[in-house]
Design a protein around this ligand. Structure first.
Ligand code: PGA
Length: 258
């Protein structure tokens, strides 16, 4: 069975001192839960401080973006090697990067390739926009996003995928568990066609988009959904802890049953 993973994407929120406060509030509670992988993705400038605070704990660290070159004259950018020195994970292809920073399939493919080469686990975000959803094009859109993002990648074993319908991000309008499970099942079948069933069964696919403590159960109880990428609700310690705790309880029960 795939280990569940809950990642908190703090986006462009928290100063360094606020990040430190948030981690202090989270640490004790998160440390107690051992059957869920927990990943915190603070802004770049807080990575060093957060890393120090989580040392010796099972909490993992992730960045929110990388440049695809290992080093060089790219003012303001952060390389995969710099991140691999601090983190285990990196979010790539988030819809906000696609929308506001013009990241296309080609750029995202370079970033996924560079992340894997640096030993990072990419959390590749894919998902359809509202009008694509309404036109019934969800499967077509995620198929194309997977095709372009994973072109030329032979061993995606360390990959995590986050299915994040754009219309559900930050809107309070989450997909239903059933909808998300259906699309994530489709994503897994698409991965299976490219890499084989064994690889597809090993890759974790998360749901993201307005996940809160109140709707966690709806997603985590679905068989295809391996966890969540949480934005807004990851900035509140009690809320994020509750999401991780509920995931642990549900998965704990599932393990006992099987
Ligand atoms: P949200 O963001 O939970 O605030 O909707 C999710 C994300 O963008 O990863």
């Amino acid at each position: 069975m795939r280990a569940p993973l809950i990642a908190g994407n703090w986006k462009m929120n928290t100063t360094v001192s606020e990040a430190i406060e948030l981690v202090k509030e989270l640490r004790q509670g998160l440390d107690k839960i051992d059957n869920v992988d927990k990943v915190l993705c603070p802004p770049f400038i807080s990575l060093v401080a957060v890393r120090e605070l989580i040392e010796g704990s099972p909490i993992k660290l992730g960045a929110q973006n990388i440049h695809f070159e290992p080093k060089g004259a790219y003012t303001g950018e952060i390389s995969p090697l710099m991140i691999a020195d601090l983190c285990q994970f990196v979010i790539i292809g988030h819809s906000e990067r696609r929308q506001y920073f013009n990241e296309n399939g080609e750029v995202i493919n370079k970033k996924v390739t560079a992340a894997l080469a640096a030993g990072l686990k990419p959390i590749l975000c894919i998902g359809e926009r509202s009008e694509e959803n309404e036109a019934g094009r969800t499967e077509e859109v995620v198929t194309e996003q997977l095709r372009s993002s994973l072109a030329g990648i032979d061993y995606p074993d360390e990959l995590v995928i986050a299915y994040e319908p754009v219309w559900a991000i930050g809107t309070g309008k989450a997909a239903t568990g059933e909808q998300a499970n259906k699309t994530i099942g489709f994503i897994r079948r698409t991965i299976s066609q490219k890499y084989g069933e064994r690889t597809a069964q090993g890759i974790r696919i998360l749901y993201g988009g307005s996940v809160t403590a109140a709707n966690t159960v709806e997603f985590i109880q679905q068989p295809e959904i391996d966890g969540a990428l949480v934005g807004g609700a990851s900035l509140k310690a009690t809320e994020f802890l509750s999401i991780v705790k509920q995931t642990s309880e549900i998965r704990g029960c599932l393990l006992e049953e099987s």
